[in-house]
Design a protein around this ligand. Sequence first.
Ligand SMILES: *Cc1c(COP(=O)(O)O)cnc(C)c1O
Ligand SMILES: [Zn+2]
Length: 364
Amino acid sequence: MSYMRSLKCRECGKEYPKEALHVCELCFGPLEVNYEYDKIKEVLTRHAIEKRAPNMWRYKELLPLDGEPSVGAQVGFTPLIRAKNLGRALGVKELYIKNDAVNFPTLSFKDRVVSVAISRARELGFQIIACASTGNLANSVAANAAACGMESYVFIPYDLEQSKILGTLIFGATVVGIKGTYDEVNRLCSEIAGKYGWAFVNINIRPYYAEGSKTFGYEIAEQLGWKLPKHIIVPMAGGSLITKISKAFKEFQKLGFVKQTDTHIYGAQATGCCPIINAVKEGSELIRPVKPNTIAKSLAIGNPADGYYSAKVIKESGGWGESVTDEEIIAAMKLLAETEGIFAETAGGVTLGVTKKLIEQGAS
Ligand SMILES: *Cc1c(COP(=O)(O)O)cnc(C)c1O
Ligand SMILES: [Zn+2]
């Protein structure tokens, strides 16, 4: 049973059939999945969710598939850790880490979005799955494609970390390194998607892909005992995750699973690539693209697809944003490792570095 009604333009509201579409033909706005919330409300309760297996499909009524997922049955429900040592070091009473560095199977939150994207691509009849990636998406697409016997093509900037490239090649994906930035890789992929009819998880089936990120927000709410955090700090690359966390919180309120949605949402980026933070600080709706220069390669998107909506989510929630330098990123990675025993990648350093800065600024 599917509760997905249509795709809907975020700008003008025009509805489209549930196909491989991502832009509105009237106004060029992005399309988003639209659900029948009234019907979901009749069938889904907190108690029903709690009885289900500990993976992200426990929220399947709120995910964009017509049938069961064809890959990634184990994804999600990663630990929400009460970080007491780190909280003490930063001088805050209650601090939690949502640790998606242990997501299954490729150890990043991309396994959430990819399992949704591949499952939907198969429902739509695609044979070949592809992506433009800064690293983690590549790994996840390659692994999940292998797991369900699909051919995969992965396009990355040529100068990614060796370990990430190896982590993609091992699954037998065709990996194409492009001498350019992620934004150039992405533009090339848009052309390829049009020409070859492949399912690019983050281009022509992006509306479905992006919905997978909502599970991150659902899990945080459930793991806090069906409550929302007062503040949340979210790493941003293309800006999709932060907007979907906001959507997840709002949906849970609409369904009566949480009382209110007054969470302050903060964005985190590296100073070497912070187009969304720049817009937030300038109070501007305009995202000025930048040329990335940071060790946080998984967040190095200079022209973020959802930049405009991310800045809006931050502003409307009463949150804020900050960026951190490469030195601050490394220091934060060490702090996380030494206080909580978690060795996360550079994006984790960005998130913690920004958290530290915001606490020092007295964000409240
Ligand atoms: C992809 C990614 C993000 C966020 O990406 P968005 O494009 O903003 O959704 C955050 N952290 C890590 C580690 C990622 O791989
Ligand atoms: Zn439109």
